[in-house]
Design a protein. Structure first.
Length: 95
């Protein structure tokens, strides 16, 4: 189920310092958190096909984008052809 998706380039480009050029091809883990919840083990053991788990975020709340476990952005879930994607709406800190 693990597939590599290629990110589309941003609408603006940034100059990359020469000393960073050698690490630009280093792979990083990117993950998106839709929400979370806590369940008693009893409820976890009762989960099955068709089970619905309510998450802590509202349906219109932004999702969080992590790179190597570090929160770097928030965004909206979008559909690109037949796949989910993220439209970044807020960058956090320096990128």
């Amino acid at each position: 189920m693990s597939e590599t998706l290629v990110a589309q380039p941003p609408t603006t480009t940034r100059a990359v310092p020469a000393n960073l050029d050698m690490v630009l091809d280093v792979p990083v883990s990117l993950s998106v958190e839709l929400g979370s919840t806590q369940l008693p083990m009893k409820d976890v053991l009762e989960l099955g096909e068709g089970s619905v788990i309510t998450l802590d975020k509202e349906a219109d709340a932004p999702v969080e984008l992590f790179i190597n476990g570090r929160l770097i952005a928030r965004g909206e879930v979008v559909v690109v052809e037949d796949r989910f994607g993220i439209k970044i709406t807020e960058l956090l800190g320096k990128v």
